[in-house]
Design a protein around this ligand. Sequence first.
Ligand code: NAG
Ligand code: NAG
Ligand code: NAG
Ligand code: NAG
Length: 209
Amino acid sequence: MKFTTFGAFFSTFLVSVSCRAIQRRDDAAYPADFKPNFSAQHSVTINQPLSVVWPVLGAAEGLGKWVLLESIASNFSTQTLDSVNVDGNLEDAFVRTAPAAPVGQGFPRQQFSFTETIKIIPGLSFTDIPVQLSGTYTVDATRNVSLYETTNGSGILVKKVRTFSESNGVTTVSEQINGQCPTLEQPIVQLTTISAHNQQMALYPTLFQ
Ligand SMILES: *[C@@H]1O[C@H](CO)[C@@H](O)[C@H](O)[C@H]1NC(C)=O
Ligand SMILES: *[C@@H]1O[C@H](CO)[C@@H](O)[C@H](O)[C@H]1NC(C)=O
Ligand SMILES: *[C@@H]1O[C@H](CO)[C@@H](O)[C@H](O)[C@H]1NC(C)=O
Ligand SMILES: CC(=O)N[C@H]1CO[C@H](CO)[C@@H](O)[C@@H]1O
């Protein structure tokens, strides 16, 4: 890792350690105060029809497989599977903290959690920062859209919308990430998100080999 990157990571580390004690963001206010300040978009093509791609990258059953393609992700597990009613389109909604819909209604919503390990100095594991993330993955199978929302509990929120299109037996998977993090961390989070997102999506085709 280049020294400048290391410096940025290290100051992020110091900032996040020093902020941890004083920062108490009210997670219950989400999404009313969701003001995204980092974003990424990317798409990949998979040489398979949507009928093959959907069960892995669309439906919730495949969630753990693609979450763990991110090189810094580990310790994935799922919790409650329920469903949620949405006014309007799923991609425009925030459903992570919404009340569950009565059985038989709404879009299926899978709760999950995993750990992202931010490596400050590669090879020196005592400098690693584990970030526990929890979220929901919600699926509109009629419109071929899914919505991924995570939080670390306070301060970092990520919304990712995934859309699918098929042409001549080839499926294009597109993702739009919008996230919110503390202003001081925005530059490094923006850079890390773009590179981790591109790296992860480049591996999607390997799930079909
Ligand atoms: C989530 O991340 C933010 C930004 O780094 C940090 O300030 C906050 O303490 C973290 N929350 C938890 C619960 O770790
Ligand atoms: C694994 O995830 C659980 C929550 O599901 C968390 O309590 C635990 O600390 C995590 N372990 C590691 C090693 O990150
Ligand atoms: C969703 O994908 C299926 C399978 O490719 C397709 O038949 C259907 O028209 C798509 N629906 C929408 C709304 O794009
Ligand atoms: C890159 C990015 O999305 N930056 C945004 C960070 O947040 C401010 C305030 O909400 C926006 O003005 C920036 O566009």
